[in-house]
Design a protein around this ligand. Sequence first.
Ligand SMILES: Cc1cc2nc3c(=O)[nH]c(=O)nc-3n(C[C@H](O)[C@H](O)[C@H](O)COP(=O)(O)O)c2cc1C
Length: 183
Amino acid sequence: MTYKVGVIIGSLRAGSINRMLFEALKPLAAEAGMEFSEIAIRDLPLYNDDVLPNPPAAVVEYKKQLKAADAVLYITPEYNRGVPAPIKNAIDWGSRPMGQAENNGQISTVIGASMGALATSIAQNHLRSSLLFLDNEIMRQPEVYLTIGQGFFTEDGDIANADTKEFLAGWAKAFAAFIESHK
Ligand SMILES: Cc1cc2nc3c(=O)[nH]c(=O)nc-3n(C[C@H](O)[C@H](O)[C@H](O)COP(=O)(O)O)c2cc1C
């Protein structure tokens, strides 16, 4: 059984360390029995109730992908000690119309990378608050807070440090087991 995991990446920039992390995690996920595919959020407009009855294609597609996923992985940077706007905006779109939220009750987890020492811990906690409110089954352990600087990735995008890679492989196995036990 391969679980389909939709991955929402909170950074929109091309050189994102969180996107690099997503790419590096794909083979570890595959080994653990998950297929990671991105749920794109960059074309979502800012959330607006007025747009909801006749949503643009990007919103329709986003909601479709949320629904199709067995579980969702949020990979978030931290902006000013909080959740970056694109990821919060995506959660808000998924949560409406009321009673029909695609992201209600989903299996999910949150990880993140930043250049700072706090390594997205504050952003992740903010994000978990919204996901708890949406009644998600959130994998809480192991937590993944990565400070990513020079040398974290090899030139071909792999995780350079063997211990870190082993830890992340263990995290992937734990997430697959969590999905299995909550499906
Ligand atoms: C608007 C803004 C606010 C930021 N605030 C924080 C912060 O609160 N904590 C932190 O660790 N890094 C912060 N950073 C630095 C990010 O960790 C760094 O830009 C990181 O590369 C962002 O992730 P990305 O590479 O996936 O885009 C901030 C960056 C930006 C652009």
